[in-house]
Design a protein around this ligand. Structure first.
Ligand code: AMP
Length: 192
């Protein structure tokens, strides 16, 4: 099965993706991680995106769309991907559908982690000390949250219409969220 995990920065997408990957034998495709590794490896793309990422804006649809095809087309990952942080715009959501269709796959469930700005701020400021991400500071975090709200709304509607969307309470503790997500995935697996 292919899963999309969705939520504002600091919602716990990364943590939950890692848990799902282990439990259900999937591969995590985090566009944020892919972009950060371009910067770390000082590639041409890395130079192009560093200031955008540090400012908390989204990089262009074209850039992220190009990054994901390599994974979707790889047979090793067929029907085994959890998309973490992608799609973030309607253009990306439509691109993902087209790509999956091209490689005879589909999305089976979209998990939306729902969290307040207050919780997000608390988590991001904690993460600032642990992971030292250059975009984890108060000002950028607020900007990323606002961007998320604005760009994700049409994406959420899009998945609601296709009946794929499941909302998870991201305010709960990590293990409670783990069990809620497991229950949802197991229910879908029973259907497949
Ligand atoms: P994340 O690790 O998912 O919080 O993403 C960190 C940053 O990477 C975001 O603030 C964006 O600048 C960029 N990014 C990651 N995924 C996407 C995406 N799907 N579309 C546009 N920008 C993205």
């Amino acid at each position: 099965m292919n899963i999309v995990i969705f939520g504002p920065p600091g919602a716990g997408k990364g943590t939950q993706s890692k848990f799902i990957v282990k439990k259900f034998n999937l591969y995590q495709l985090s566009t944020g991680d892919l972009l950060r590794s371009e910067i770390k490896n000082k590639t041409q793309l890395g130079f192009e995106i560093i200031s955008i990422m540090n400012s908390g804006e989204l990089v262009s649809d074209k850039i992220v769309n190009n990054l994901i095809e390599k994974f979707v087309s790889n047979e090793l990952y067929t029907n085994k991907i959890i998309f973490d942080g992608y799609p973030r715009t309607l253009v990306q959501a439509k691109n993902l559908d087209d790509l999956l269709k091209k490689y005879k796959q589909k999305i089976d469930i979209v998990l939306k982690l729902s969290v307040s700005l207050k919780t997000v701020m608390k988590r991001i400021l904690e993460r600032q000390f642990q992971e030292k991400r250059s975009d984890d500071n108060e000002e950028t975090a607020i900007k990323r949250f606002k961007n998320y709200e604005k760009s994700s709304e049409p994406v959420i509607d899009y998945y609601k219409k296709s009946n794929l969307l499941k909302v998870v309470n991201g305010e709960a503790g990590i293990s409670e969220i783990n069990s809620e997500i497991s229950g949802l995935i197991n229910a879908i697996k029973g259907w497949l």
